[in-house]
Design a protein around this ligand. Sequence first.
Ligand SMILES: Nc1ncnc2c1ncn2[C@@H]1O[C@H](COP(=O)(O)OP(=O)(O)OP(=O)(O)O)[C@@H](O)[C@H]1O
Ligand SMILES: [Zn+2]
Length: 820
Amino acid sequence: MEKLTINIDLVLPGVPSEKDACVERIIHALTGRQGIEKVHIVPGSGENKAQLCFHYNPAIITVDRVEKMAQQAGAEILDRYHHLLIPVKGIRHQRQTRLLEAAIRKLRGVLSVSVSAAGMVFVETDATELHDETVYDLLRKEGLTITAVPTKAHDHAHDHDHEHGEEHHHEGHDHNHQHGGIFGERTELIFSLLCGAMLGIGFGLSFLPGIPTIVPFILYIAAYFFGGFFTATEAVQTIRKGGFEIDFLMLVAAIGAAILGNWVEGALLLFLFSLGHALEHFAMEKARKSIAALTALAPKTAFLKTGDGMKEVDITSLNKGDVIIIKPNTKIAADGIIIKGSSSINQAPITGESIPVDKHAYEQVDFNIETAAQLDDQYKVYAGTINGNDSIEVRVIKEAKDSTLSRLVQMVNEAQTQKSPTQQFTDKFERIFVPFVLVLVTLLCFVFLVRDETFNESFYRAMSVLVAASPCALAISTPSAVLSGVARAARMGVLIKGGRPLEDLGSLKALAFDKTGTLTEGKPKLTQIVPLINLTEEELLKIVVAVEALSDHPIAKAIVRDGRTRLAGTNIPVAHNMEAVLGKGIKATLNNDTIMIGNLALFNQTAPGDVQTQVKALEKSGNTTMVVLRNEEYIGIIAVMDTPRKEAKAAIAALQQVGIQKMVMLTGDNQQVAEAVAAETGIQVAMGGLLPADKVSAIQQLMKEEQKVAMVGDGVNDAPAMANSTVGIAMGAAGSDVALETADIALMGDNLSLLPFAIGLSRQAKKIIKQNLVISLGVVALLIPCTIFGIATIGPAVIAHEGSTLIVVFNALRLLAYKR
Ligand SMILES: Nc1ncnc2c1ncn2[C@@H]1O[C@H](COP(=O)(O)OP(=O)(O)OP(=O)(O)O)[C@@H](O)[C@H]1O
Ligand SMILES: [Zn+2]
């Protein structure tokens, strides 16, 4: 049996993560084919992307063939399953999203669908049954405008041009369908105000003597028209789809009032209802615009270097490898590596950190564009960030659509379509509650049969109860808060991938941290070189640097960097056959010697007593210590020391303040160092000497004690622990695609101080969601008995109903202004 691992994004380019259904599909498609025994996912960690691992029998099938099969299956799946993320305009409120979802779901070939009230439609389709165009057409038929060329999570280069054309082609004609109407976006609000005006004037005139009764009557009819126009259009649309919602019921109530001769009351009802809706729509639009503002961060054009001059080009026409010139104090147009000049760059638009970061040119001229994303942050710039006072030249390493900013915007857009647990609960509640209300209202219409009252009175009571019991506020209470929370976080450089992580983060009490790179800088310094045999420090260091040069562990990088400086000028030999021993050390061959470098565990604690004592002594003083073995001989000890991040202590204290009770550090480093760092940063519990698998069990144990636990890490050797926690939080995600993709919450900046902000914001969001539930359910609970027993009539019922809807929306909007 042989194994072959292939990066998932090579077989399924553009698939957002290994959790995507398409990964399951490819595994399913390939498992059991002749010669292939097993296919499974190897989760990504650090800069290693997630991979597919194929276990195949080389006697039956060649490695080339396996690879071909994987590529082919991947292409077939991507051809077949499309993920469409479509930004639209014209969704007016929460309820409409459910109708839309239902309508889209009815199309044959739709696998999943989710619509956010802020105007983002996510559809997963089986393209053999359904053309993307059909989905777009349906959306247009529903009166929506598609505001941008839909981004496809699964991007096929070949059908892109075609789509572009189609989009433009349709645009002009869309406008007729749009809700807007003659006064543009504000039409609904203006109509409702007109309704109110007509009603007011008519009502006033009805008291003046000498005015024929027909005049106020005509004004009331006009008020009905303006107040009922949108409500009626919507009700008709809903009924055509076989649904039926509060719009229809409002209309029935208004028409009922008119039939009974109570035009004033009916018009008042329509006025309040339409005004409430217009304002609700207006408020949601505000949250949506806050997200849309992110997209506007990137400049539209770039200055492309051409020979000795430059020309302004559209950023979409930039290719990897192009060189662009960034003028002082302008926005950077693409993700890239600085190749000339140095400048201090304001990365706040992406990372939320307002202190500019000094960056300079990468010395090596012809670097590999494909792996350049892994270079150190000091050379890397991001689209959307702002250049300081010096001009720089940047080699583009990502196309516009793949830039960190584009990915961020796309993920924020996706996040809005993910329903939170509370919203799932309220949706479910409504499904049970609404039929119950309808039965109650129907019964109430017939009260006049058993009580001494007129049908009019019974009908009125029934209508008041109906208005009182409509759960409009409930429906929007959670999505509005999630939307505002996600939008606010994104502006600070914190990506929250939906309502679930937002709510979880807001309710957790325990946090686990990775040490290296999370609580510490992750850039240790070489502190000790101790030869154990007759070797000079220099000779020992040469061996160590040669071996560690093959590893990309942060410790290895540190040893190589500092070692090279110390050995400046001398020749460093080249080692071969590197093998990493997870969480313990490495092994390699150098001049026919086998060299092993690692902690005591690597040698199963069999190192001689005096070596152990020396190691323990070094560890006591906070060093991460490694023993060097040549063949059978212990030849030396080297030690490195990492420094805690300067913001760590304050961040931990702030976390305690926002109510995180338990904070634990998990590390592969030795217990002494773990405790030293814990003491310096203020963490209560330090657990050292953990292998990645031990970190997972530590998380599981914590979850048993605390229910919800977040794991904060940098994605290097802690991805499995992050995946097993309630919420995985990645730091420094701007520089690491993998961290950005796999985490539930990503801090774009490499700075811990965003964490208390994110947690504070989530707590606030959670609090607001709770308040909103109490308000919306409370009003309904109070109003139902009040209307049944005639304490409140339809007028107050409408006011309370619309009022509570507006209160919850505006309550949620407070999150947009959340300050740390
Ligand atoms: N390339 C290497 N060279 C020498 N020692 C190594 C190497 N990789 C790992 N080790 C040893 O194994 C230990 C655990 O490594 P591991 O990668 O699990 O954790 P870490 O990076 O030290 O800390 P954290 O778990 O907080 O990220 C290290 O402290 C070191 O002693
Ligand atoms: Zn395997």
